[in-house]
Design a protein around this ligand. Sequence first.
Ligand code: ZN
Length: 408
Amino acid sequence: MSDGRWACVIALLLSSSLLCAAPSDGQTVRPSDDYHAQAVRILKTIPLIDGHNDIPDAIHGLGGLDSVNFAVSQPKLMTDIPRLRAGRVGGQFWAAYVPVTTMDSGPHPAVYALEQIDLVRRLCANNSGSMAMAHTAADVQRNFAAGKISCLIGIEGGHAIENSLGALRMFYSLGTRYMTLTHWRSLDWATASTDTSRRGLSAFGKQVVLEMNRLGMLVDLSHVNDQTMSDALHTSKAPVIFSHSSARALSNHPRNVPDSILKLVAVNRGVVMVNFNPAFVSEAVRVSDDSSSARTDALQKAGVDSASRADSLKKWQATAPHATLAQVADHIEYIRRIAGVDCVGIGSDFDGITEVPVGMEDVSKFPDLIAELLKRGWTEADVQKVAGLNVLRVMRDAERVSREMRGR
Ligand SMILES: [Zn+2]
């Protein structure tokens, strides 16, 4: 009997616990608490970096920074400093989300983006004991060593630049380090995932991508259609990111990344950061959500009043399926299998999603996800890559490409 098995017998005698058992490969199965402790220990050595969190828009919706004290618990939100600390978050790309409706009326998309960037910078400055701005991979490492959470800015929606490369350059100079090329609506230079057309990037769209490469701003392909993903991957001189998208093979949602593109990401050395949106994570939830909205539409067409519609929806939701933390881990493992372990990361979409997987309720839960990977037999080196080292490498590569292009 191996040492591990003796340890199990002793542990069983001592605690009458059934947690410790010897599987067929001879490896000792440990209690979940051990994996959690190991995850926390790992996240003390490298920064966990989340690709997408919508707190700026959520705070905007609650009346702005003056109405929210981010330093204390905020039960209405999925994110606050105490839970970022509990979740061992080392760096966060905050989304400067620009609603597509700004293309029609209200403030200009560029102004809206400026206000979101301003909000992130003030949020960071107001909480300077816990957070610090980061513009480079080296900044993230420095802040991490100083015990601070790095605040990184990503613009969500290329309509923010209003077809101006000058505006793009100014957004870079304000600290923007990625831009999601579209949101839910297509632009004249890039096509959104929900668009039925097969168009991809226009000639100007390719110019935008190359200018982002030259500046050192990451090209974010979450939200674009497959043709735009492919065009951008063939145009970009630097690794690209998907800041918040999962694997389409596991949930057939257009916001997820198909295998053909995952293979291109492997060649490009980019990173797909897995989204926690239950409909992106679980095929059963996606199908249920689709039929739920079809049902709501049908009730509306039949003239059913809004209170009865809401009641019917509530009953429907009571029996609806849920996504789970284990399924989020399945996406990470799937992307590792197709694109490689160097091309997968985490892009929660917290505070942008209204539902969450069971076990991944808020930013404090990241160590649980890392623990799940460890439990599945992942090495420490590989979970470090998923947690943050992959995106740091992509940032460094983009910075190098920028230096080379500026030098020419
Ligand atoms: Zn989004």
